[in-house]
Design a protein around this ligand. Structure first.
Ligand code: FRU
Length: 505
């Protein structure tokens, strides 16, 4: 065999083996549709990521969890930890509902100065700040059934004690009063809480996490308001040495492609008040399936974002059986100036490279127009477009189901079309094609990265200026890949990087 065909034969063998392993559907973390490198709980329901904090070289991920069913129910905080942001170990449930209600979303901080007084014997407390949601009060039609509470851990998050003085921030009579994200504002040596309060954000401050003072409000008149504001976040990011503040606000419904989505504002924060640079609505992710995304605390200047990979339109109906829903991959956030505007970028964290499996499949095997068979279930596909015109990446299977991810030059839009991607009839909203704008003004080149994991795709275009996340449910694994450049787009540097499963030791 000549060297080149030997390479192609080998490549084919390797990728078919991956494809075969994809078709094994038994055992934990190996069921049909189970993400292989995204976090999902071993069993049962999850929604928002919560309490994300980096502490003693460990990434903590708590998550909205209902341990008795695969539909939303009385909320607990599940808990998982990771050393590398990729491999997760699920630990026992951290917080259970109690007499004050269910444990809704919130955040966690490292209280290094023991401002809360929860620390003992020199142990640094981890403090969780979350919403207590009282279902009884809700049923009775009250408007103060959501209040903010604390819990702390002195053993690195393994066990948690709820504060006796809960709730620490009482509802002033706003039905939707939830999802506290707390950060240390070093300049004034105090904590700042960013809270979603129906159709705006309210900022509070505290020196001890127990007593909170209202500082200001933001957003009644700006941004998208197609639904309720939820799960906010506030943090600084630098661009060319200058600090800007990013305010993240999740919104449901009212997203750019329907249902749930994450918007953001770039502006200034002086410890009391946030003001946006402009009033435009912008989205962290334009796809239908990134929601409730916020960042890890205690990570220094690195800001790492994680979202829930679903949409309230159909999250309770997606066709998985043992568990329901997963998180996105962790993404590193940055800022970029485009046409005088300061925009947020998101890209897969560098830790993703740690699970790339060799050999990487390159250009000649994947060349445009050619259908490649036997592709793995989980991989990164990267390429660069030099002459920008229409193109599409088609994932398909032997029963004619397909997912199309592409670019439409006339509309200057990326799209993900899942209309024929397999199971779609569990909700009428699911099959819709999602669109996202191309935001850069670079007309000569475009970098595309697709992160594909069995039943999800995350698109990162133009160095993370446009991000789109979408889930899909083919009845057989997608094992064919074709890249079409129908209008003469020049596609270069094609690379397919197979990824390891994080669940296989
Ligand atoms: C967002 C959300 C939060 C709430 C939680 C309840 O998805 O609605 O606002 O705290 O989910 O599970």
């Amino acid at each position: 065999m000549k060297n080149k065909s030997k390479f192609m034969f080998l490549t084919f063998m390797i990728i078919s083996c991956y494809a075969k392993s994809q078709d094994r559907k038994v055992g934990p973390y190996n069921e049909r549709y189970r993400p292989q490198f995204h976090f999902s709980p071993k069993e049962h329901w999850t929604n928002d990521p919560n309490g994300m904090v980096y502490f003693n070289n460990t990434w903590h991920l708590f998550f909205q969890y209902y341990p008795k069913d695969i539909i939303w129910g009385p909320m607990h905080w599940g808990h998982a930890i990771s050393k590398d942001l990729m491999h997760w170990d699920e630990l026992p449930i951290a917080l259970y509902p109690d007499s004050l209600g269910y444990i809704f979303s919130g955040s966690a901080v490292v209280d290094s100065n023991n401002t809360s007084g929860f620390g003992r014997d020199g142990k640094t407390p981890l403090v969780a700040i979350f919403t207590h949601h009282d279902p009884k009060g809700e049923k009775e039609g009250k408007n103060n059934f959501q209040n903010e509470s604390l819990a702390y851990s002195l053993d690195e998050g393994n066990t948690w004690t709820k504060y006796k003085g809960n709730p620490v921030l009482k509802n002033p009579g706003i039905k939707d009063f939830r999802d506290p994200k707390v950060m240390w504002y070093a300049k004034e040596k105090r904590w700042v809480m960013t809270l979603a309060t129906l159709d705006h954000i309210t900022f509070y401050s505290s020196t001890n996490l127990k007593e909170w003072k209202k500082e200001s409000e933001f957003g009644k008149e700006v941004g998208a308001h197609g639904g309720v504001w939820e799960c906010p976040d506030l943090f600084p990011l630098k661009l060319n040495g200058k600090t800007f503040w990013v305010l993240i606000v999740n919104l449901n419904p009212g997203g750019p492609n329907g249902g749930s989505a994450t918007q953001y504002f770039v502006g200034e924060f002086d410890g009391n008040k946030f003001s946006a640079i402009d009033n435009n609505t912008r989205w962290v992710d334009y796809g239908p399936d990134e929601y409730a995304g916020i960042t890890w605390s205690n990570t220094g200047s690195r800001k790492i974002f994680l979202g829930w990979m679903s949409n309230w339109q159909y999250a309770n109906q997606v066709p998985t059986e043992k568990w329901r829903n997963a998180m996105t991959i962790p993404k590193e956030l940055g800022l970029k100036q485009v046409n005088g505007k300061i925009l947020l970028t998101s890209n897969p964290v560098r830790e993703l490279a740690g699970i790339v499996r060799s050999p990487v499949v390159v250009n000649n095997t994947l060349s445009t127009g050619k259908e490649v068979e036997g592709i793995p279930g989980q991989f990164i596909l990267k390429f660069n477009v030099n002459k920008i015109n229409d193109y599409s990446v088609i994932l398909s299977n032997n029963v004619g189901e397909k997912l199309i991810i592409g670019y439409n030059k006339a509309k200057k839009q990326y799209f993900i079309d899942r209309a024929k991607s397999g199971k779609i009839d569990f909700n009428p909203e699911f099959a819709k094609t999602a669109y996202a704008p191309r935001l850069t003004n670079n007309s000569s080149s475009s970098d595309i990265e697709l992160v594909i994991d069995v039943s999800s795709v995350e698109l990162f275009a133009d160095n993370g200026l446009t991000a789109m996340t979408s889930i899909f449910f083919p009845t057989r694994s997608f094992n064919h890949l074709q890249i079409q450049n129908s209008k003469g787009a020049i596609i270069k540097n094609l690379k397919l990087l197979p990824l390891k499963s994080i669940w296989k030791k």
